[in-house]
Design a protein around this ligand. Structure first.
Ligand code: ACO
Length: 398
């Protein structure tokens, strides 16, 4: 890569790069991806090893502080997070105010911004202790906000967090109430959700992370920056794809048409239809996360005794696409989102909660990237150029 960051800006020397496909916006020491080889590493550790041998909180610590925690560091980190799970009681008015039909992603980003109003005195990004406490607040409270967005949408009572429970167990209980006791007894599900959160925890300069960095570059605090990141994640080409995959599978099922017919429609680009959960800006071989999720889907569905016809449909769709020249030539493979929805559905989450689950997973990455940018002396306010193609000067005739 050519580093042009030290050059002073010269008019007439602007590169046009739609979607920033060739432009690095920053240096970063957090996540490494080799899209051709299908490699993803957090702070140097391969994703496969982290998914198999660590927990989400350990990975969050690794991403944010740069090293895996010792047992004592992890215990202290976990205890701090548990201590901060309660939301300000007045947040109930926020939830009362939103309609139950609201999309949980909108409730989540709005709720996070609302939450920041209770901590206004600690939002000064120049004070390191404030950055530390807000890091913990975000990790502790975002899952609670997410669970309440879910409860609101189905008209059920909110539960207070139970801090003797671990991160994932607590979250499942907040979502499923007493039914979740069955989760406490079912380590397969707790482990599966923990693993999914690890797989989503960071992915270098994707659209939502770039948003967090861009908003942060203006000096905005972590709550505002991450609330913006949640909005960026909500789009169907990004995090919203996990919801869109399930909608697509349900549509194929309900239409009565064959999977092959649907694939042909995608290839003709009819009505702009895409195969949701397929393709990736960076991975042009395979998405290493997708492989792990696929195995997880088999295990979770078997454990729950769920025989979901949508899983069979997903497998058939994947098989047909992988053997089709259209997808081969364009190097389109399943991405992390192709199978996550099937798992979340089996766990009992409504489709509209899927991207919210992605947001909880991505939170440590957003925090780590926001903090890295804050500590980097080279960070400048993000301000892309444009090539103006509009009218030349006109005169207002009256
Ligand atoms: N289905 C059908 N065709 C596709 C798909 C798809 N899912 N993805 C890309 N293509 C085609 C494009 O139409 C284009 O075809 P062309 O060369 O004939 O014009 C070609 O493949 C290249 O695609 P681009 O759009 O240039 O690829 P880009 O890197 O800009 O987009 C993206 C990547 C947004 C992920 C895209 O593959 C897509 O829309 N996928 C579906 C949505 C999705 O699953 N998003 C989740 C991404 S992962 C994440 O956020 C966690």
């Amino acid at each position: 890569a050519i580093d042009i960051s030290t050059l002073t800006r010269q008019t007439g020397h602007t590169a046009l790069d739609y979607g920033y496909v060739n432009t690095a916006s920053t240096k970063s020491a957090i996540t490494y991806i080799d899209g051709e080889a299908g490699i993803l590493r957090y702070r140097g550790y391969p994703i496969e090893q982290l998914a198999a041998g660590s927990t989400f909180l350990e990975v969050a610590y690794l991403l944010i502080y740069g090293e895996l925690p010792t047992a004592d560091e992890l215990a202290a980190f976990d205890a701090e997070i548990r201590r901060h799970t309660l939301l300000h009681e007045d947040m109930r008015y926020y939830f009362e105010g939103v309609p139950h039909t609201a999309h949980p992603m909108a409730v989540l980003s709005g709720g996070l911004q609302m939450l920041s109003t209770y901590y206004e005195s600690s939002l000064d990004t120049a004070v390191p202790e404030f950055v530390e406490v807000n890091t913990i607040r975000l990790l502790a409270k975002l899952p609670v906000l997410a669970a309440y967005a879910h409860k609101k949408s189905i008209g059920q009572a909110f539960l207070y967090p139970k801090n003797e429970l671990g991160f994932v167990e607590n979250f499942l209980r907040l979502n499923f109430g007493n039914k979740a006791e069955h989760y406490d007894m079912n380590p397969v599900l707790v482990e599966a959700l923990d693993k999914l959160l690890i797989l989503h925890a960071d992915h270098e300069q994707n659209a939502s992370t770039s948003t967090v960095r861009l908003v942060g570059s203006t000096g905005a605090n972590m709550f505002s920056s991450i609330s913006a990141g949640i909005n960026a994640l909500s789009g169907p080409l990004h995090g919203g794809a996990n919801e869109a995959v399930l909608d697509m599978l349900a549509q194929i099922r309900d239409s009565g048409q064959s999977v092959q017919t649907f694939v042909e429609k995608v290839k003709r680009k009819e009505d702009g239809v895409k195969l949701m959960g397929f393709g990736h800006r960076v991975y042009k071989n395979y998405d290493p996360r997708a492989r792990i999720v696929r195995e997880s889907a088999d295990r979770v569905l078997a454990e729950l005794g769920v025989n979901d016809p949508l899983l069979a449909l997903a497998q058939e769709l994947e098989q047909i696409a992988l053997e089709d020249d259209y997808f081969k030539e364009r190097k389109l493979y399943p991405n992390v989102d192709f199978y996550t929805g099937v798992i979340y559905k089996a766990m009992g989450f409504p489709t509209r909660m899927f991207t919210v689950l992605f947001a909880i997973g991505r939170l440590p990455g957003w925090i780590a990237q926001w903090r890295e940018a804050r500590e980097d002396a080279q960070t400048k306010i993000g301000r892309p150029q444009q090539l103006y193609i509009g009218a030349t000067e006109r005169k207002l005739e009256r």
